[in-house]
Design a protein around this ligand. Sequence first.
Ligand code: MN
Length: 250
Amino acid sequence: MEGEIIIKRPIIGILTNLLITEGGMFPGMERVYVNYDYVQAITMAGAVPILLPVISDEQCIRKQIEFVDGLLLSGGCDINPLLYNEEPCRELELIFPEVDEHQLAVARIATDLGKPMLGICRGTQVLNVAFGGTLYQDVLQVPTSIKHTQKTQRYVPGHTVNIVQDTIISRIFNKKVILTNSFHHQAVKDIAPGFIVNARAEDGVIEGIEKPGEVFTVGIQWHPEMMAGKYPEMMNIFKQFVAATETTMS
Ligand code: MN
């Protein structure tokens, strides 16, 4: 219709995790879950969130990805270190091989299909491992590391992050230093070929990576979806991600 404003509403697939509850009516029951903060952030950014459950069939994973305009790789538990050729250290926490298998396949297939990706916390680590990088299984492996698992409300800024200039993240924040929350005990060690570092904590720990190129492929170690309600600049990450999906959506 003439004069009608067409609002694009990209569909963002949010990767889910498994959760095992010990109490309640079904102890040991495995549930597919995602924190509601991600759903709210994607909705606030003007896109339509859908949840992509953990599955293993590669043809079906490809269908999941073809269905969406972009992918949010959410936070979650540890990544199996065998996937980057390391034995487990004593500090390694909960892993779910099914979740690793699904998410690593998603990262690779989404890249093949040219779909924008935003990785948050574990999602950053998934991007790195999927393309040949390695992780600190525990940030204590960095001898001078500061505290990266803060004991405060989830929206509270926990430490400073230095932004690397001339990166997507530097254009989103337009600042050299920001304050972020921090709820990770793992971190990127050797960065995957083709990626660059876009943010670091004062102790040198990598707080973000991205892949220079046509398709928005960005990972950050903090949780902007938990801060966006009180710190509107954190919403800009989701807005820029959604805007990037609008330029690539069919
Ligand atoms: Mn941190």
